[in-house]
Design a protein around this ligand. Structure first.
Ligand SMILES: *Cc1c(COP(=O)(O)O)cnc(C)c1O
Length: 419
């Protein structure tokens, strides 16, 4: 029997990944996500480890009220509608979640999807038209990159440009890309500038006020994917725009037809991180934009809604975030404490106010070995190397949560010291 070409080449690729030490083994959890998790060992026996690699920033993934809201959603509404939303697939809890999310980030309206990945793929190919230009930060999330590729592929004449991470003026900067666009006769439509609010590998923050000024000068729309910022950044966890003082809860949400007070035209975000951690994503923006996405978005028209259980859990997560701003404060205190302790222990940790603390170790194999040793010591931290980050920039990425106690952070630092 001969094997298919696919089998041969796939086996070769998998063998190469194993040889290069890049093969990923999925850790199986035998407990809910929390500050500490139970992991199935390679011998099949479970062991407990402190979790410093989840995006469960507010500790809501296993919050009793979030769980209960999901159970009630399942009981009251069943598993789903077995239909896309424009036919007969929209439940009342979808609209409740969307109103809550829009209010949270300060926009007129929002629309949910099964993931932030899908939300981004629904945005650019739908909102952009030939003659438009999308300008993107080089470190933007993979789904932004792919959604731009999709937009430029399915609509010929949509252009794209990339600027260096968070570099707003000078060589290969956002400003340079905007100036070039003005001189380009093919750019006749809308200019879009898109960035992560918080960069997932660096834990750095996009300079939104400066970006807003540049966008205003060029009539460009500012799009922020705040997946790592929502629930984390700003005094009340509204996101990276609150961190910069562009938006406060005292400001009323955008009024129909009036520019958003937040200075961010469009948000995309996830429900799979701070806001409950299940899955799901959203676009938030003007009523006009959301209408367009409902009318023309391909993921909207041809794919089912966010599961109603998740919509119910996410609405509850937003409610808890707003009811208990002390969670955000707790996270901020933990982040400051962890950064200080990790630095005192002699490690090179990138400075920032975000919950992502990358410890630079440079060498990929070393990062992976350190992460393996940490797990033996009861601390779950992932090492990232090439090709996720550039060669020579390998790191251990510690993610801090409001669920952690000071003792948990101390245990992390003790384990790091024993490496
Ligand atoms: C995590 C993340 C996503 C993916 O979110 P999903 O809801 O899991 O698809 C998208 N964008 C950014 C910036 C992220 O950090």
């Amino acid at each position: 029997m001969t094997s298919h070409p696919f089998d041969t080449r796939t086996d070769a690729l998998l063998t190469q990944l194993r040889k290069d030490g890049l093969y990923k083994h999925l850790q199986v959890l035998q407990s809910p996500m929390d500050a500490s998790v139970r992991i199935r060992g390679t011998d099949g026996r479970p062991f407990d480890a402190l979790c410093f690699c989840s995006n469960n920033y507010l500790g809501l993934a296993n919050h009793p009220e979030v769980v209960e809201a999901g159970i009630r959603g399942l009981r009251d509404w069943g598993a789903g509608t077995a239909s896309v939303r424009f036919i007969c697939g929209t439940f009342a809890p979808h609209q409740e979640a969307e109103a809550a999310l829009a209010r949270l980030v300060g926009c007129e309206a929002s629309y949910t999807f099964v993931s932030a990945w899908t939300a981004n793929e629904a945005l650019f190919p739908t909102a952009c038209e030939p003659g438009d230009l999308i300008i993107s930060d080089e470190l933007n999330h993979a789904c932004i990159i792919d959604s731009i590729r999709l937009a430029t592929t399915i609509k010929k004449g949509v252009h794209k440009a990339v600027y260096r991470n968070n570099v707003l003026t000078g060589d290969r900067s956002l400003e340079e890309a905007l100036d070039k666009a003005r001189a380009n006769p093919e750019v006749t439509g809308q200019i879009w500038v898109v960035t992560d609010g918080v960069f997932s590998m660096e834990g750095s923050v996009a300079d939104l006020p400066a970006m807003r000024r540049l966008c205003d000068r060029h009539d460009a729309m500012l799009v922020v994917d705040d997946s790592h910022g929502t629930g984390v950044m700003g005094r009340t966890g509204r996101g990276t725009h609150e961190h910069w003082g562009m938006f406060t809860p005292a400001m009323s949400p955008a009024e129909p037809g009036i520019a958003p007070p937040s200075g961010v035209d469009i948000f995309t975000g996830t429900l799979g991180k701070a806001l409950g951690g299940a899955a799901g994503g959203y676009i938030a923006g003007s009523r006009r934009l959301i209408d367009l996405v409902i009318q023309r978005g391909r993921p909207t028209l041809f794919s089912n809604a966010l599961p109603v259980t998740v919509a119910c859990s996410a609405t509850k997560a937003v409610e808890i975030l707003q009811r208990e701003p002390q969670r955000v404060q707790r996270l901020r205190d933990n982040v400051a404490y962890a950064r200080r302790r990790i630095k005192e222990a002699g490690f090179d940790v990138l400075e920032s106010p975000t919950a992502i603390c990358p410890i630079m170790v440079h060498d990929t194999a070393k990062a992976i070995a350190m992460s393996r040793r940490l797990l033996e010591l009861g601390v779950f931290v992932i090492g990232f190397g090439y090709p996720v980050v550039p060669e020579g920039h390998a790191r251990l990425r510690c993610q801090i949560s409001a669920a952690h106690t000071t003792a948990h952070v101390d245990a992390l630092v003790d384990a790091l010291k024993r490496l």
